[in-house]
Unconditional design. Structure first.
Lengths: 228, 264
């Protein structure tokens, strides 16, 4: 224990020292900033003000639409507990034309297991434990950008994308670490409004029915999003 | 210089604004774009200085080029998505142009145009950073969100919130820490960190014994930030925690995490 604290304080001392300009110079890490500027004769009066000739000017006020926010509704199946309506919201930030990050929250409700229906006995879960809510944070990639044509004169941009990420699911009284992955199709009605069809698999471990097992919970939904 | 150009603010005066103000102004300008559209028009019309400007049907490398605007003609910029600009040619044709080509156009006064693009210098000097990390916390899974503020390029203060998801217990943790980057101008920038906070643990509902606990924690750690692209960085770190429990012995927990962050 004591030796661990000693290491801790040594580490702190090192941090403090490494930031100090004197040590930086001592170890030759300071680079060019340590050398004092050579003494010179006083400069002649400046005739040309360089600011007048500056060519880099204010960036035009352009509407940048890299954020995408939307709401979804669909069907989610909870393994052993049947399927029900799922709804939620999602926000994405487009980093490049290929990559985006997104966060989402969703909510659905578990039905009865086959066992509960057949035995007619006491339910496995209370009503509040039957609610399933999840959140996740994902990285996405537009794997197949493209265009679709409706009729002769209409063209729409589309993207087929894949996503994967981590999150947590609250179900049956506990928070459960959840991995999710899937794919979706983005159909841009205009530059600012898009429709999505999305399929996801949410995987988490559960020991509710005896032994611990990893369950797959499939979700499919429709989503409307707005870019801003 | 024409009279119109006097209204254009030089970039030097812009950089003296605090970054949060710039962010606020940017957000407001996005919210009220429609209202300000007319006022902004003069900045959004540019003339083509390169022999030609190629318009594509979509904002991506693979979309086909369908129209060319010639040198000397003007185009109006409608919207930007990542590094792509949608422009309208004088005859009404609309298409997408990438940033590199757009920079070869001129503003109304004849000046070259530069579009803000975060680079490695911003990575070193940016004041704010926010990110998401995930990893292993003493055998349990951990998901963390954090926000940081740089006091100078070397030192920053960070606030963390984490959810811990284990086999036997769940919980959350909140902490404040001080981070020191020795060489912030490196693309892979190593850092040391130390801090304190609280951890709350509750046993899983399928485990009968055990009760909820809230304890104080302290930690030291090290890691590195890696400048990826635009405002985007990757980060990996190790932290060693001491949990000051109410029992006789303190607990020690090791944590490994990787994640990504944005600076602004």
């Amino acid at each position: 224990m004591e030796s661990r604290f000693r290491v801790l304080f040594l580490a702190v001392a090192l941090i403090a020292l490494s930031g100090c300009a004197a040590t930086k110079g001592l170890f030759g890490l300071g680079g060019n900033e340590s050398a004092p500027p050579p003494a010179e004769a006083p400069e002649p009066e400046q005739i040309i003000d360089p600011r007048v000739e500056r060519r880099e000017i204010k960036e035009p006020a352009i509407d940048a639409e890299d954020f995408e926010v939307g709401a979804f509704v669909g069907i989610m199946s909870i393994e052993d507990f049947g399927s029900d309506v799922v709804y939620g919201a999602r926000i994405a930030y487009h980093i490049t034309e290929g990559f985006f990050v997104e966060g989402s929250v969703g909510r659905t409700e578990a039905g009865l297991t086959s066992f509960e229906v057949l035995s007619g006995g006491a339910p496995l879960l209370s009503d509040s434990d039957r609610e399933l809510t999840y959140y996740n944070l994902n990285l996405g990639y537009n794997i197949l950008p493209g265009e679709v044509f409706i009729g002769e004169s209409r063209a729409y941009n589309t993207n087929l994308y894949v996503i994967a990420g981590l999150g947590s699911t609250r179900f049956a009284g506990d928070d459960r670490f959840t991995v999710n992955f899937g794919a979706g199709y983005r159909f841009l009605l205009t530059d600012s409004v898009a429709l999505h069809i999305d399929f996801r698999d949410h995987l988490f471990d559960i020991d509710l029915l005896g032994e611990e097992k990893t369950v797959h919970n499939l979700e499919g939904h429709l989503r409307v999003t707005v870019f801003f | 210089m024409s009279e119109r150009n006097i209204t254009i603010t030089p970039s030097t005066s812009r950089s003296t604004k605090p970054p949060w103000l710039t962010v606020l102004v940017l957000m407001l300008s996005q919210t009220f774009t429609t209202g300000l559209a007319e006022a902004a028009d003069e900045y959004r019309t540019v003339s083509v200085a390169d022999p030609y400007l190629e318009l594509r049907t979509g904002p991506g490398r693979g979309y086909p080029k369908f129209y060319v605007v010639n040198r000397g003609e003007t185009v109006e910029i409608i919207v930007r998505k990542t590094d792509w600009f949608k422009v309208r040619a004088p005859n009404g044709k609309e298409g997408w142009v990438d940033r590199d080509q757009m920079e070869l156009t001129l503003q109304p006064g004849g000046q070259e145009i530069k579009f803000a693009q975060a680079d490695q210098e911003d990575f070193t000097n940016a004041r704010w950073e926010a990110g998401v990390m995930a990893g292993d916390f003493g055998g349990a899974n951990i998901i963390s969100l954090y926000g940081g503020y740089s006091l100078n390029p070397n030192v920053s203060i960070e606030v963390w919130g984490s959810q811990i998801l284990g086999n036997f217990s769940n919980g959350w943790m909140g902490s404040v820490n001080l981070t020191h980057e020795t060489w912030p101008d490196w693309r892979i920038s190593p850092f040391f960190t130390m801090g304190t906070g609280v951890i709350h643990t509750e046993p899983k509902s399928t485990i009968i014994q055990g009760e909820d606990r809230t304890d104080q924690i302290a930690h030291v750690g090290a890691g590195f930030r890696f400048y990826a692209t635009r405002r985007f960085t990757l980060r990996a770190e190790y932290k060693s925690y001491v949990v000051f429990t109410s029992r006789d012995e303190n607990e020690e927990v090791e944590e490994w995490k990787v994640g990504f962050a944005f600076f602004f």
